[in-house]
Structures are given as C-alpha cells and as structure tokens.
Write a protein of this length. Structure first.
Length: 433
C-alpha cells in the first residue's frame, strides 16, 4: 500500500503523495529529524535477542501512540536523530516475511495493518525498507516473554515505557473506542435506513476504520468516487466470479447512471436509485455512501425484483442477493480503504431492515432439486421465519488478498443467512456449520 502522508512529507513541506525513493533522498539531503511518528534505522534487526527485542519495542511503541514509519537503511546523525545517509538494506520478499513474522510473534496482541514498502534507487543499487505501523485500535500492545513484559510508547523521538496508571488508561481508551465505534456504526445504519423505501426488506451494512485517517487526508473528489466504483466492480468479481454460479447478483450494477454523477452529502458522496413513482427522497434498489472519514455504507433491497412467490404477509429475502451484497460490500470497503491509505482494519455492522417489524422475514431462492434449478422462487427447504433479526459484526482487513476478502464476504453472508437456518451457500458453493 502506498504511504501518502507522513512526518517526511510534513517536514519537507510536501503535499500528500506516494512516498518514494526520491522523498527518502530529499529527507537525507535536508536532514529530516526523527519524530514521534518517524524512526530512522541503519540496519534491519539481526538475530541477537537484544536486536529482536528492540524491533518489537519499536513496533509496539508506534502502534501504542499515533502510528508512523520505521525506515530501514537510513543512517542518522548520532545524538541528533537527523537523516544522514542512505546505506541500504535487503528489501526482498524474504526480508519482509521475516519482519512480519517477528512482529506477529513478539508483539501482543498482533498489530493489524502493518505494511512494508520497499523503495529502490533508479539505478537499483540501494534499497530502503519502510515499515508502516498504524495507530492501533487494539492498543496497548505488550512485548516481552513469560514474566518480563512491558508496554512501550513514543515520546517525541524517544521510546519509553508506560507506567501502571498509563497502562490502565490505555485499556480504558481501548474499550471506550470500541464502544464509540459500535455506537457510530449503529447511527450510520439508522441514518441510512431513514433514506430507504422500507416497504420491502433491505440489507444495510456500514463500515468504519478502527483507527482515524491522517488529518491531512483530502476528501475524495467526484472523479475519485467514479473510479472507486469501477475498481470495486473488478474487485467484487474476483471475490465472487460469475464462473462460480449463474445466479450472481451484482447490487452495485443497479446504481446505473448515478455512478457517473454522485450526489454531494454532508462530508460524503451519495449514490442512489430514486423511485420512478413515490417519495423522491427515498432510495430504491441500492444506496451507497462514501464518507470523508473513511466510513462506507451500502444498502440493497433484497426482496421482490419480480421473484414474489409467497404470501404478502412475509418479507422474502433472496439468498443469492445476500451473497452478492456481501461480496460487493467487502469489495467496496477494500477499495475505499486502499485509496485513502488506511492501514487499520475496518469494523462493520450489517442488518436487515423493513418498516413493519411484525412482518416475518423468510429466506427464498430458486428451487433446486437434484442439480436441477427451477424458474420459481420458494422458501429454502429447512429454513424458518425470522421476526427479530440480530445485527452482525465483523472486520475487513486492509491490503488483503482475494482469498481473505472472500472469507470475509462468506462470513458476512453466513451470519445473515444462518439466522434463517440456511447453512448451505449457493454462490460461494461452501457449506457452513
């Protein structure tokens, strides 16, 4: 993942842009100094226990404070913390795997969102390796073994140890953050629900970064949002390809022309399908919001679409639509987080909403009998009616590969469908439970 803003950018007076080798050279030329969020390291950690402990201490301290960069391969002026020269280090995949393994084994809990960025000179002679550490929502992170543990943090350019009262406060902050994030996710779902035509059942999901974006992050432009939707379409088809099934629903496709003309909202961009008849302020079919703070909301009408097969006294949720929604939502979250340079995972909340809570929800799908698929929708055999849907929660990691995103989407869809007693996926072709 690209690093678009850092203490290096700030000290050089740069605008947000991808960190590259030229900026490292400029940092050396101008003597950029170490800060709370920047640490120069001449060499990679060796095999000695003292060096391994120091590496874990550096990572945990950054994660426990405000995050930042540890740059390997740059010598510093002794006693002043100024970048003095590029010496270079091994930035190969093997070296990167070693650092990831060290961080995972020696920092507790694991720091989610660690990223490594190799930067090589134009002539290929020298490389530096940048370890990007997010401000962690799981702080405080401990290091040490057996009965020797400690909690480091950054104090200016130095790394110190937390005292007992500092640790107590850090844990209180962690639990407070989680409570606040859960509350804000619920608010996002409620705000979105007020904009939907709930005469039919909708799947609504909201996601938020577990750590705030850099304050300097510029909000996305209309053109950015247009490109995000194009990229998300490609991503969702990797997560859940057409080849897996002929019943693949792509909810974001239903946005139609609104993808090319996002509407401005309060610190957000909104894409929606307005009704041909009825209240023009309510969305039908699909609704997507990109918030400037990195949050994202998606809602999809999972009922109807010419598939009504049961009495009107029940809301009919199409299983394959839920699976398609899960894939689209995870793809959108992944693409948006990458575009903003986020490092920490995003927490999500998903629900099924309708205007008549007394009207039960029923899972339906095309009749499938012995490998034959009928053209009629029916209640999924063995499933039951749901009168009170329980919100589901999870995390979407950042910079994850396709298999990981597929697992997240599968888990989201499974948490929704299992409440109906549906254990077998159609699109993912995987058995759950």
């Amino acid at each position: 993942m690209a690093v678009r803003w850092s203490s290096i950018h700030e000290q050089l007076g740069e605008q947000p842009r991808d960190l590259n080798y030229d900026l490292i050279e400029a940092a050396v030329k101008h003597g950029v100094v170490e800060t709370e969020s920047l640490d120069w390291k001449q060499t990679l950690p060796g095999k000695e226990e003292k060096q391994l402990e120091e590496f874990a201490k550096d990572v945990a301290a950054m994660a426990n404070t405000r995050g930042g960069l540890i740059v390997y391969g740059v010598a510093e002026e002794r006693g002043k913390g100024r970048a003095a020269g590029i010496l270079g280090v091994d930035a190969s995949e093997g070296a990167q795997r070693r650092l990831r393994k060290l961080a995972a084994n020696r920092v507790h809990p694991i720091v989610a969102g660690l990223d490594l960025l190799p930067l090589t000179s134009p002539d290929g002679a020298l490389s530096v390796l940048v370890l990007s550490v997010p401000r962690s929502a799981d702080a405080p992170h401990l290091i040490g073994q057996q009965d020797r543990v400690g909690v480091p943090y950054r104090s200016g350019a130095e790394t110190d140890w937390m005292r007992e009262r500092d640790i107590e406060r850090a844990y209180a902050d962690r639990f407070g953050r989680r409570s606040a994030e859960s509350k804000r996710l619920a608010e996002l779902v409620d705000e979105t629900t007020e904009q939907l035509d709930l005469s039919k059942a909708w799947v609504v999901a909201a996601a938020r970064p577990t750590a705030p974006l850099a304050a300097i992050s510029a909000p996305p432009t209309r053109q950015d949002v247009q490109k995000l939707m194009q990229d998300a379409l490609g991503r969702t088809l990797h997560v859940l390809p057409y080849e897996m099934t002929g019943d693949r629903w792509i909810p974001s496709h239903e946005l139609g022309d609104s993808v090319h003309n996002p509407r401005v909202g309060l610190r957000r961009w909104v894409m929606r399908v307005a009704p041909v008849k009825g209240d023009p302020d309510l969305s039908v079919y699909v609704h997507v919001e990109f918030h400037h703070d990195g949050s994202l909301v998606m809602a999809f009408e999972a009922e109807g679409w010419g598939t009504r097969a049961l009495p009107d006294d029940q809301h009919q949720v199409v299983c394959t639509m839920v699976e398609g929604f899960a894939s689209d939502f995870v793809a959108l979250v992944d693409v948006y987080a990458r575009s903003l340079g986020g490092q920490a995972p995003l927490m999500y909340r998903a629900e099924i909403r309708r205007d008549d809570p007394g009207k039960p929800l029923v899972a339906i799908d095309l009749g499938r009998h012995g490998g034959f698929t009928s053209g009629r929708y029916e209640q999924v055999p063995g499933s039951g009616r749901v009168r009170r849907f329980v919100p589901v929660f999870g995390e979407v990691p950042v910079v994850a590969d396709t298999e990981v995103l597929r697992d997240v989407a599968r888990e989201l869809a499974g948490d929704i469908l299992s409440q109906f007693g549906v254990a077998r996926f159609i699109l993912f072709r995987t058995h759950a439970g």
